[in-house]
Design a protein around this ligand. Structure first.
Ligand code: ATP
Ligand code: MG
Length: 416
């Protein structure tokens, strides 16, 4: 990709009304545009990063047998009335609207009810279970406070997976598989070591749910971390009973603030009972389907990564989610050499953003740093005369001179 064709411009200052560091940086670097509080547009660079996060989650959900689908965002009220969640007293984040004929619709805040209703068309016998289905989809929630940039949107992306099992035993097995898959996702996103499976309140069918909490000074949640076991307890369920259940003592725990990046729930038969999702079991008896739901917020994760991996010069993307691997800058009359190098790099699977603008090198370097691209390559007449190329790592700032003949293999070994 040539920078001259990318219409975005970086900027020195973020909009005055933006308080969150993640959104300030992402706006300045040209990844997102702020529409209003809690509502953001993804520009080409931002969408590349979001899609990389999505793809990592997709691969891990497919690996545990998830099948991707996409539900509608406009929702009828019927299934929500049946479950009792249509009321503002039960769900206080609804966006609703009316059709010309007077009927009321809701904009999807989540999808348990409509999906359970759909599945009545497909589930009748024990042969039909279990199955697992998921989507990446925009959710709408009229959040009271939306001051955390991408981390608390009023319109945001969610990966939500739903499991439909014959019974609790079958459910429990998948639930643990999904918890493991979540840890793989957060590892691959660069959040390993700071993300904890966290005991949280469970709702009607299980004592606990599991949240996945990433340590962050801007987090809204307080958790108690057990470093040795690599788990945590959310403040909301932190009491003597939980400690006894887990066999740990107060002294072993450290209080931290964290961001909830994912959440997995045993729903049991709450929604299948409410909406009549039943199957005929091996003995010929009608039984309610046993359900679970499993969320991750890719857009919240993107905000968190932006916030966490940053320095005074700007963003510092982990390689796996950076929009490009290389930011290429040329100095002097070396455009032909640049085109050849890009062709060689792209043939080897390296993603290059080529700053071909007629700008000072210093301005290009500043943009490379603000955008947080993991590696910067500089081709200059001076170093090419000695068959050398300059390669700089964004995270450490370390620069090495690499011989022109080995630059492609050097870079591919770094990014693979
Ligand atoms: P929170 O307590 O932070 O409001 P929640 O309990 O409402 O989160 P869920 O309904 O379980 O969240 O949603 C699943 C996932 O979707 C969350 O773990 C989070 O990653 C993401 N998410 C929830 N609300 C938002 C939001 N307003 N903006 C961005 N991501 C969100
Ligand atoms: Mg919420």
């Amino acid at each position: 990709m040539k920078r001259s064709q990318l219409y975005i411009k970086t900027r020195k200052d973020a909009p005055g009304d933006e308080q969150a560091k993640n959104a300030q940086l992402l706006i300045r670097a040209g990844f997102i545009h702020k529409e209003m509080a809690g509502v953001y547009t993804y520009l080409p660079l931002g969408l590349r990063t979001l899609n990389k996060i999505v793809q990592i989650i997709r691969e891990e959900m497919n690996a545990i047998g998830g099948q991707e689908m996409q539900l509608s965002t406009l929702q009828q009220q019927d299934s929500w009335v049946a479950s009792g969640r249509w009321s503002d007293d039960v769900m206080d984040v609804w966006f609703r609207t009316q059709l010309a004929n007077g009927s009321t619709l809701g904009l999807a805040p989540t999808h348990e009810e409509p999906l359970t209703a759909i599945m009545k068309n497909f589930v009748s016998s024990y042969h039909d279970l279990p199955f697992y289905t998921y989507q990446f989809q925009t959710k709408f929630r009229n959040e009271l406070r939306s001051k955390s940039g991408l981390m608390r949107g009023r319109e945001f992306l969610m990966k939500d997976l739903y499991s439909f099992s014959k019974n609790k035993e079958e459910h429990d097995e998948f639930y643990e598989q999904c918890a493991d898959a979540y840890m793989k996702v957060f590892d691959r996103l660069g959040l390993g070591g700071i993300t904890y499976r966290t005991f949280a309140s469970g709702g009607s069918f299980s004592k606990y749910s599991d949240e996945f909490q990433t340590l962050s000074p801007v987090g809204e949640d307080t958790i108690y971390v057990h470093e040795g076991k690599g788990i945590a307890i959310n403040q909301e369920v932190y009491n003597d009973e939980v400690l006894a259940d887990l066999g740990i003592t107060k002294e072993e725990l450290v209080e931290k603030t964290a961001v909830e990046v994912g959440n997995i729930f045993t729903l049991g038969t709450k929604y299948s009972d409410a909406l009549g999702l039943e199957y005929t079991d091996e003995k010929g008896e009608k039984t309610s389907v046993f359900m679970g739901s499993y969320g991750i917020g890719p857009s919240r994760v993107m905000g968190l990564i932006a916030e966490h991996f940053a320095d005074e010069k700007g963003l510092v993307w982990p390689l796996n989610v950076s929009p490009y691997h290389i930011y290429l800058v040329t100095i002097g009359d070396v455009a032909d050499r640049a085109e050849q190098l890009i062709a060689d790099l792209e043939a080897a699977g390296v993603e290059v953003l080529y700053d071909d603008r007629d700008e000072r090198p210093g301005a290009k370097f500043a943009d490379a740093e603000l955008m947080g691209i993991p590696y910067r390559v500089v081709l200059s007449e001076r170093t090419l005369a000695e068959e050398q190329v300059e390669l700089t790592e964004r995270r450490s700032g370390n620069t090495e001179m690499v011989s022109q003949s080995s630059i492609v293999s050097n870079i591919t070994s770094k990014i693979s």
